[in-house]
Ligand binder design. Structure first.
Ligand code: ADP
Ligand code: LRH
Length: 480
């Protein structure tokens, strides 16, 4: 049988990796060619991505990957690079955790009320949506000089191929796309004075995105032509495409730096209740909508580990599993936890402010974080079902958090539903499968998922009861 190889470049907020997927009619194998840290850098003007370092990691990864039939790139959402009239990058891309967007949303809503913005774009409020970033950047020398804006995966694709485009799933996180037409929200851009001419034409997952430039072939030792294929270039779009679900009655939680928890729908939910509950409608593969809520995710733990220094994560999680459950919880959906720094202290302060025991040791803080994440998962899964009128009987957990058995078990307990955990590298698998599909190797989304179910190792966690305690904790947090 024909087996083809695809390189998936997957850039997460904490690490980048180049994975190689080998796909046949009834086989799917993924291996890691190269992994590198993604470390934001604080310079005098703010928090920035080291995009040249990331590009170098991509080239190293393609060299390590060896001959492949195509390359696809996905990354975290909303951030972008600006190019001048010569096509050269203007400065380092701003990190979505940078403070420049503080207080910007309120200014935008004075021109375009939040309710109208939600009906027009379906996007939840997050200070870092590209729309707010562009508003924050208004009249800066850099934006004035910019002739082109490329979202992160599109920027790297441009450097690899010389061709510019704006991939739709990731474009849907800018808050400048109408989820009903799946095209630009022209009215929103006009009212807010955002020039849509900055964006390159839209392309969709599966579209060709050029071939590796001769210099790239030379640097990576690859032999051309090597096509680059547009994938669901938003990492969450790729990860959801690789949720190994069998039917439609499932919720998913993409766990990594963030937890993205919700449902796959075939139409957006644009009601006022949905807006008030801060659910987003991002665009997925084949006309699907990712109806979900952003939860701070393992970022909370990453930041604590960074503060504690040298930490054995396995040992820490074992200790945390012995700490009594649900002693104190914080609101893991609160954007007060967005910025980096002082995380153990900020968590302790939140517990103190809500009159709960203050966690002290790293194990106690870790337990507080994992309980809080599981609780936020529960709330998102429940709210999404209610708001969308779509019930589920299983929760799929994908991403780095699947390696955290305690988190998976607590999520099953909190949701009162079985959790199926895996695959860990879901975004890379979704990336690979969209390339394989574009080259005629796999069928539709359902076919992709059948192949995942047959080939990927999955772990099942049954809920252990005690939902009453989780409900009580949820009420405690809501201040009831
Ligand atoms: P992103 O794509 O956002 O960079 P990942 O999906 O790679 O994030 O997930 C990273 C998270 O996975 C880490 O923050 C960590 O909490 C968790 N993780 C990684 N390895 C392990 C492990 N061996 N045991 C438990 N958790 C792990
Ligand atoms: C996860 C993610 C998420 C976005 C955030 C900025 O990596 O793409 O879906 O909300 O980064």
């Amino acid at each position: 049988a024909v087996v083809k190889s695809y390189a998936a470049v997957d850039l997460g907020a904490s690490s980048g990796r180049v994975m190689v997927g080998r796909v046949g009619p009834d086989s799917l194998e993924l291996s890691e060619a190269h992994r590198f840290p993604n470390r934001p850098v604080r310079v005098p003007e703010g928090l920035r991505w080291d995009v040249l370092g990331l590009y170098a990691g991509v080239l190293d990864g393609l060299r390590a990957a060896g001959p492949v039939d195509s390359v696809g790139i996905d990354s975290w959402a909303v951030d972008y690079g600006l190019l001048d009239a010569d096509g050269a990058l203007l400065g380092n891309p701003v990190h979505y955790r940078d403070r420049r967007t503080e207080g910007v949303a309120e200014k935008v809503w004075a021109t375009l009320p939040a309710e109208e913005l939600y009906t027009a774009t379906g996007l939840q409020y997050a200070p870092f949506n590209t729309l707010y970033q562009l508003t924050a950047a208004r009249s800066t020398a850099q934006l004035d000089r910019a002739r082109r804006l490329l979202l992160m995966p599109d920027l790297l694709t441009y450097w690899l191929t010389g061709e510019q485009g704006t991939e739709l799933t990731n474009a849907s996180t800018t808050q400048l796309i109408d989820p009903r037409t799946r095209d630009w929200a022209y009215g929103v851009a006009e009212r807010l004075g955002i020039d849509l001419g900055l964006f390159a034409p839209l392309r969709r997952p599966g579209d060709p995105a050029g071939v590796l430039r001769p210099e790239v072939l030379e640097e990576t030792g690859l032999t051309g032509p090597v096509p680059v294929t547009a994938v669901g270039s938003h990492d969450t779009a790729s990860a959801v495409a690789a949720v190994p679900a069998s039917g439609e009655r499932f919720a998913y939680i993409c766990t990594g730096t963030w937890s993205l928890a919700g449902l796959e729908l075939d139409a957006p939910v644009l009601t006022e209740e949905s807006r008030a509950a801060n659910f987003t409608n991002e665009l997925g593969l084949d006309g699907t909508v990712r109806y979900l809520r952003n939860i701070m995710g393992l970022w909370l733990l990453q930041e604590c580990v960074r503060a504690w220094g040298e930490t054995d994560l396995g040992a820490l999680l074992l200790e945390a599993s012995k700490v009594p459950a649900l002693r104190s919880v914080v609101d893991a959906g609160d954007s007060a936890f967005l910025a980096p720094g002082r995380m153990p202290e900020r968590i302790a302060e939140a517990c103190r402010a809500s009159g709960q025991p203050v966690p002290g040791s790293p194990a106690e803080v870790t337990r507080c974080i994992l309980d809080s994440l599981a609780l936020a998962h529960r709330k998102a899964v429940q709210d999404a079902q209610r708001l969308a009128g779509h019930t589920v009987d299983v929760v799929h957990v994908v991403g780095g958090g699947t390696r955290n058995a305690l988190l998976c078990q607590l999520t099953a307990d909190a949701c009162g539903l079985p959790v199926v955990a895996g695959p860990t590298e879901a975004a890379a698998l979704g990336n690979v499968l969209v390339q394989a599909r574009a080259h005629g190797l796999v069928g539709d989304l359902a076919g992709m998922r059948r192949l995942l179910v047959r080939t990927q190792p999955l772990t099942r966690y049954e809920p252990r009861g005690g939902t009453e305690r989780w409900r009580a904790a949820q009420n405690r947090l809501a201040g009831d």
